[in-house]
Ligand binder design. Structure first.
Ligand code: AMP
Ligand code: TRP
Length: 333
């Protein structure tokens, strides 16, 4: 049986992009596989987080994941820093991964920006910790967006080098489960940028806790162009914002973008946006309501996360012990 692992950073309120591109696809997995879903706070601090915000965002993320349909009875939902084995194996992997490998990571280059010297050392070794997240459970199936593909290749390189250097067959091969490129949701302000929970502009995204008025306003203000809606996807070439809105309506109503075009061909974006708003509100308002309900009782939320961490540790600690033994660490008896 495959073990599933995925992670999401509590670096903001989850967006429509996180929902359509990741969370929604995680929900059916918990029915078929042993699944772990992790709120990766140790990854979030690779870029500075205000302490009060981090605390709030960690609970908001937990509430959002539960409201979207993850169930503590069916999966293991927990916070990364609650399970020290992640950081410990992360350190070990810092000593396995080669500088040359990390130098090739494109996400580091993107996130560090122009002033690379000022980036944290944590941001640089981020992929080693991500490899540890997965391999400390010997998880083999990792559902993520396409932007994480390179990190998973690195994780397999680390696993292979570890197995080779220590002459063991300890770590399995990870199968990336790349979630549809069609599910890639772009910014409402700039159709060439990914919708992101850490974008400085709140108008660029739909947050899962936005109320109906906020959703309506953001969609009304979303950038489009003056052309009417065409009949075929090819005609949306070069119209990134228009294509994004069509893609969102298709995803949220579980249909193909072609069908959306067929239905709205010839219309302007004014009326299209009304239809889109209605569909988003219908889909997201029950999620928001459940999220708010869960956040009213942080004690129960924290307790659910604690139980998740206990279950996660029960899997991770024996694997970490096996790793240390293979490396010749003196056991603490
Ligand atoms: P992050 O927000 O970077 O922590 O990403 C968490 C998960 O959501 C990853 O699997 C991403 O690939 C996915 N994701 C983030 N933003 C988007 C987006 N705009 N469209 C689709 N998927 C996304
Ligand atoms: N790096 C991932 C992202 O930004 C989050 C993440 C951390 C993750 N650890 C993971 C995803 C392990 C999958 C598996 O989206």
């Amino acid at each position: 049986m495959q073990r599933v692992f995925s992670g999401i950073q509590p670096s903001g309120v989850p967006t429509l992009g996180n929902y359509l591109g990741a969370i929604r696809n995680w929900v059916p997995m918990q029915e078929q596989h042993e699944s772990l879903f992790c709120i990766v706070d140790l990854h979030a601090i690779t870029q500075f987080q205000e302490p009060a915000q981090l605390l709030l965002q960690t609970r908001e993320m937990a509430a959002a994941l539960l409201a979207c349909g993850l169930s503590p009875e069916k999966c293991i939902l927990f916070v990364q820093s609650h399970v020290p084995a992640h950081a410990e194996l992360g350190w070990i992997f810092n000593c396995v991964a080669r500088l040359g490998w990390l130098n090739r990571m494109t996400q580091f280059k993107d996130k560090a920006g122009k002033d690379r010297e000022a980036a944290s050392a944590g941001l640089y070794v981020y992929p080693n910790l991500m490899a540890a997240d997965i391999l400390v459970y010997k998880a083999t199936s990792v559902p993520v967006g396409d932007d994480q593909r390179q990190h998973l290749e690195l994780a397999n390189d680390i696993a292979e080098k570890f197995n080779h250097d220590y002459g063991v067959k300890l770590f399995p091969r990870i199968e990336p489960h790349i979630l549809g490129v069609a599910a890639r949701v772009m910014s409402l302000r700039d159709g060439t940028k990914k919708m992101s929970k850490s974008d400085p502009s709140d108008q660029s995204r739909i947050n899962l806790n936005d109320d109906n008025d906020a959703i309506a306003l953001k969609i009304r203000r979303a950038r489009t162009d003056a052309e009417p809606i065409p009949g075929h996807m090819l005609q949306l070439e070069g119209r990134a914002e228009a294509r994004n809105l069509v893609g969102i309506l298709a995803a949220i109503t579980n249909t193909m973008p072609e069908n959306v075009l067929r239905e709205h061909e010839g219309q302007g974006f004014g009326s299209f946006k009304e239809v889109l708003t209605e569909a988003l509100v219908a889909h997201l308002s029950p999620i928001r309501a459940e999220m708010l309900r869960l956040l009213e009782d942080p004690g129960s939320l924290d307790a659910a996360l604690r139980r998740g961490a206990e279950k996660a540790e029960a899997i991770a600690n024996p694997i970490l012990a096996e790793v240390k033994q293979a490396m010749g660490f003196l056991a603490r008896r």
